[in-house]
Design a protein around this ligand. Structure first.
Ligand code: CO
Ligand code: ZN
Length: 331
């Protein structure tokens, strides 16, 4: 399955079934076992052949930022809440699409310059002029994701909705296909509900009981005006996470990942996040504690309809995952 196809599927947190079915169909031939647990994680297991193999869990989340209808108003407008962390100023003026194809524009009940952080200040206009008409297309509880097509930009950069974290799903799928005979027992976990608190990975880690956990996700850029402080630069290689607000990665595992990059000539950068989290935190605190790391792709404007990512960084990440799965890990 291609990366662009993955980004255009709808899979708001808690409602990932479409993404899960497509990924499952695509990787079936590359897994020894394919299971779906009760919360909705897709777990693809590949048995390793190494003499000192470990249980390695890789986790990329299928869910994306989205919205859920809380009320349908008399005039046909919809009130929404977010599923996952959205910025009001990003949502305002954007298009969102429901799973039945109904599309709406996000606008505001107050003058735009007075918008705060409360999503009940916004409304969604699907073109209906009465509650009765609106209810023929949407209802309370329906979910929608951003509309944001996949478009190549200058150089190796592309833009799309849901790069967070379909790019991680894509990287794991490619790793499974390109390195079908891993050294370790590898559990490729396509997790659910990361954007609402790493809920899926928490469940998967408690089932799998991995020795090592690696989140495969995006990380925000720090190379444009107005960004938070940090060293992340898009197009400068795959980021190996050292810490974020939710997790401090295992020092030995970080050193191992740096070594693999240096040895194989994989462009990489060291990631320290001032604000942010990922599935590694859930794996870290599971079972009796798990050594974790994270492989991240630097993205710009991440939780919106137009997220930028450099395809060379993505390729570097796939090579790093292949190297990780393919040989002994000494910690
Ligand atoms: Co995210
Ligand atoms: Zn993510």
């Amino acid at each position: 399955m291609r990366f662009d196809e993955l980004t255009q599927l709808t899979g708001v947190s808690g409602y990932e079934s479409t993404v899960r079915e497509k990924i499952a169909a695509d990787v079936r031939g590359f897994a020894d076992e394919l299971t779906v647990d009760a919360i909705g994680n897709l777990i693809a297991f590949r048995k390793g052949s190494g003499t000192a193999k470990r249980r390695v869990m890789l986790a990329a989340h299928m869910d994306e930022i989205g919205f859920q209808v809380i009320k349908v108003l008399e005039d046909g407008l919809l009130m929404i809440k977010t599923l996952g962390h959205s910025f009001l100023h990003v949502a305002y003026g954007s298009r969102i699409r429901f799973r039945n194809g109904t599309t709406g524009v996000v606008s505001s009940r107050v003058p735009a310059e007075k918008l705060g952080k409360d999503f009940t200040d916004l409304f969604v206009d699907i073109g209906a002029n009465s509650k009765e008409e609106a209810l023929k297309h949407v209802d309370v509880g329906d979910v929608a994701c951003y509309v944001g097509d996949f478009t190549p930009l200058v150089g190796r950069t592309v833009v799309s909705k849901a790069v967070d974290d379909r790019v991680g799903c894509y990287m794991m799928m490619e790793t499974m296909k390109r390195w079908p005979k891993p050294y370790h027992d590898v559990y490729y976990v396509f997790s659910v509900q990361e954007e609402v608190g790493c809920r899926g990975a928490k469940v998967a880690a408690s089932t799998i009981r991995p020795d090592i956990g690696i989140a495969v996700d995006v990380t925000p850029h720090h190379d444009r005006p107005g960004d938070l402080e940090g060293s992340n630069r898009q197009g400068k290689g795959i980021a190996v996470k050292i810490s974020d607000t939710s997790v401090i990665c295992d020092e030995g595992l970080c050193a191992h990942l740096f070594d693999l990059c240096r040895r194989d000539g994989i462009p990489f950068q060291k990631e320290v996040l001032y604000v942010g989290g990922c599935d590694a935190s859930a794996m870290n605190l599971s079972w009796e504690g798990v050594r974790v790391g994270a492989v991240s792709v630097v993205t710009r404007y991440t939780h919106g309809p137009g997220c930028l990512v450099d395809l060379d960084d993505v390729e570097a990440g796939i090579r790093l995952l292949g190297a990780l799965a393919g040989e002994e890990i000494r910690l």
